[in-house]
Design a protein around this ligand. Sequence first.
Ligand SMILES: Cc1ncc(C[n+]2csc(CCOP(=O)(O)OP(=O)(O)O)c2C)c(N)n1
Ligand SMILES: [Mg+2]
Length: 321
Amino acid sequence: MTRNSHTEELVSLLRAMWMIRAFEEKVSALYAAHEIVGLLHLGIGQEAVAVGACSHLRGDDYVFGGHRSHGHALAKGADVKRLMAELAGRASGYCAGKGGSMHIVAMDVGFVTATGVVGGTLPLALGAAFAAKEKKRGQLAVVFFGDGAGQAGAFHESLNIASLWKLPVIFVCENNGYAEFTPLSAHTKVERLAQHAKTYAIPSRTVDGNDLLAVRAAMKNAVAQARAGKGPAFVECLTHRMRGHYEGDPAKYRELSQLAEWKKKDPIARFSRVLKTKKALTDEASATIEREARALIENAAEFALSSPWPLPEDVDSQVTS
Ligand SMILES: Cc1ncc(C[n+]2csc(CCOP(=O)(O)OP(=O)(O)O)c2C)c(N)n1
Ligand SMILES: [Mg+2]
């Protein structure tokens, strides 16, 4: 098989999705074994949004997440070992084990913060975008959030100011059809969140969020426009989380047939099929990518679980006033 750099790049995106899937499946197992504690939200099934959106970003771009953001941090380049250690509450973690799943900060790769406050990072991303605009180095900010966040006041205020001040920020909405246990139809009459972008005069696209190439194409335009100083963009990705809202959620509000339908649209299997059709991937290479991703994550878990706990006397060592 002849390979060019474009093919290599596409295969690297499949590798990134597998790394995130393997990471979260391992985290799920460690949670069940009580090695990871606290509230845990997995984005299994939503990997194409994280990887597709981050695939056009520079190292010095700023990314903000929410409560379901392991994939966003990894797609931006976060180190699997330090992230796993953070989730396991160890001193070798990104926040020395004091943040955990919902408070990931990986400034070394431009992942500014996640948050447990739904909609809380939208205004923060505006701040980063404002700074980027002032610095004039072509940086931009990307914020990931869900359909539920679209009902928060901060969402509307952020879209309005971003548009008014022409800030280089890209709003990436993961519309997975649920806010906790509430379907979209029970929390808003507005079925497509991108409709709000139109209200605030922000260019928007709604794409199939389980189609990596569709997310990537929408982001390419959004990134080009924001870098060119033309202001914000909004990308709505229609997707589905294949787990409950949190680990342990029995998810009785969802029909099993609905889950089965979405499993047929699994973004990893789907993109693998695309690559095979393009003759960019063989069955053997595909199996190797999955195996290598799982080995990488096993190694990260061993690192995390053999790392020391944070010391009580270091409780305020990373707190600045
Ligand atoms: C300000 C605030 N209100 C309510 C909650 C409780 N809460 C946690 S997750 C969630 C739903 C979020 O839904 P969505 O934005 O669609 O994200 P998803 O969980 O689907 O990824 C809610 C209401 C919260 N964490 N913060
Ligand atoms: Mg949602």
